[in-house]
Design a protein around this ligand. Structure first.
Ligand code: HEC
Ligand code: HEC
Ligand code: HEC
Length: 365
């Protein structure tokens, strides 16, 4: 039971790995965003003046800690905004214009950005990895975690595989592992205590996400030899029955001859993570993920989804213009995902059903 749930979580995480892996070339320029004014900032009394962003950041932010330390980890714009707000609450002083300059500067110079792959299955707001943060975390991992969880986080007989851990796969920059490490995992069987700062938790979050991505990128979910072991008849029954694949596909229509195009590994990959990326010839328009955003005042804008996270949604409208909307409480976002059925499949399909389906699809020559 637990094993099945974890497998499924692993698959859901894999959608992200595939999205990242396939991202080359799909990157788009970031849309312009409105300048944020962190809450709690004192109102501007004078303009930031001729100070460059860097000079302002160094002036405001190196009073209490070395500037180099705070920029060691790249962050998304939303994270820089939150960090600056946190620092204001800890006593950082400046005008709101200065803080806005600092946020602009840090989010440009120390940006954590990923590519958004249009149409890739799975959520497009999964955490991104800062490879440098992951690197910086290594000594900490080696000294505090490796003994039990292994160098690659895939577990030893003293501690579980974290790459398959639902707690790790659901984490966003320390959101779930932070509290876990501070409460349930604070005391190790050896009696040694785990005491981690916010920064260390964030570093470990990058490190673990990096290991998840490595694992999913580097190895097929099943060894190739394991793939063609399914029962094609059972696969056909699942296709027509419980799988409800016939709603969108037909073995004599769009899937005709698919086996001549895809080997078992490729078949499984496309079944689990279909996307419109890839070089195959198409006769139909590529399905894309679209989004409809309704603002507080009732205005709606719609278009192809470019990027979505907890804080912003960006789209390209019919005229080709980029639009970015901040996800304030009154803003409604409706996502129309042609791959939703496949994403949903990840959360209910079993390993056996996958094997059976692949065996069946491989008969469609
Ligand atoms: C008045 C003192 C003070 C000033 C000024 C200050 N900080 Fe901090 N900062 C702190 C303290 C205290 C901590 C440690 C708190 C913690 O780890 O939660 C910290 C920790 C941090 C961290 C590491 C914690 C984390 O969230 O990962 C970052 C990043 C950071 N500060 C960024 C900034 C930036 C950017 C500025 C300039 C806008 C700034 N600080 C200005 C007091 C300050
Ligand atoms: C002495 C061995 C040991 C060390 C050292 C250790 N762990 Fe663990 N860890 C475990 C064991 C055992 C469990 C399983 C606990 C349980 O199931 O209640 C666990 C569970 C976890 C989990 C939750 C997994 C899940 O899915 O429930 C996370 C996350 C984790 N450890 C992270 C870390 C990190 C990060 C470090 C280093 C800072 C670390 N651990 C150090 C033994 C260890
Ligand atoms: C609600 C619609 C929907 C349902 C239900 C659905 N799919 Fe799909 N599927 C899609 C879309 C959209 C694509 C992407 C097609 C494209 O790129 O043109 C796709 C792609 C695929 C591909 C890759 C096709 C190729 O040419 O590379 C396979 C294989 C596949 N689906 C199998 C299945 C199976 C098996 C089921 C049932 C378990 C299923 N699908 C259920 C919508 C659906």
């Amino acid at each position: 039971m637990i094993r099945t749930r974890r497998t499924v979580q692993l698959l859901a995480g894999a959608a992200f790995a595939v999205a990242l892996g396939a991202g080359v070339g799909a990157q788009r320029p970031s849309p312009p965003r409105q300048r944020p004014v962190p809450r709690g900032a004192t109102p501007a009394t004078k303009p930031a003046g001729a100070d460059t962003g860097e000079a302002t950041a160094r002036r405001l932010c190196s009073l209490c800690h070395p500037f180099e330390n705070i920029v060691a980890i790249r962050r998304t714009r939303a994270q820089w905004e939150a960090t600056v707000e946190n620092m204001i609450s800890r006593g950082a002083r400046g005008t709101s214009a200065e803080f806005a300059t600092v946020v602009d500067y840090l989010s440009a110079a120390y940006a954590l950005e990923g590519s958004t792959v249009r149409g890739a299955a799975g959520p497009d707001d999964k955490p991104l990895v800062d490879p440098k943060a992951s690197e910086i975390a290594k000594p900490l991992w080696t000294s505090d975690c490796q003994l039990c969880h292994g160098a690659d986080a895939r577990g030893t007989d003293r501690g579980p595989n974290l790459v398959r851990s639902a707690l790790v796969l659901g984490d966003r920059y320390g959101s779930t592992i932070g509290p876990y490490l501070r409460t349930k995992h604070a005391a190790l069987p050896s009696g040694k205590k785990i005491e981690l700062t916010d920064t260390q938790v964030l570093l470990l979050a990058h490190f673990l996400r990096d290991r998840v991505n490595d694992t999913l990128r580097g190895s097929p979910l099943f060894k190739p030899g394991d793939i063609l072991v399914g029962d094609a008849k059972a696969g056909a029954a699942y296709f027509d029955g419980e799988g409800r694949c016939g709603q969108c596909h037909s073995p004599s229509g769009d899937l005709k001859g698919i086996a001549t195009r895809l080997d078992p590994v490729g078949m499984q990959q496309r079944l689990l993570f279909p996307s419109n990326a890839g070089a195959r010839r198409r006769t139909t328009a590529a399905p894309v993920v679209t989004v409809t955003v309704t603002r507080e005042n009732g205005e709606t804008i719609a278009g192809e989804l470019v990027h979505m996270d907890d804080f912003y949604v960006s789209l390209r409208d019919a005229s080709g213009a980029y639009r970015t909307v901040r996800r304030a409480p009154g803003v409604r976002v409706e996502k129309h995902d042609p791959f939703a059925a496949h994403v949903d499949l990840l959360s209910r399909i079993t390993d056996t059903q996958i094997h059976d389906l692949v065996a069946y699809l491989e008969t469609l020559k």
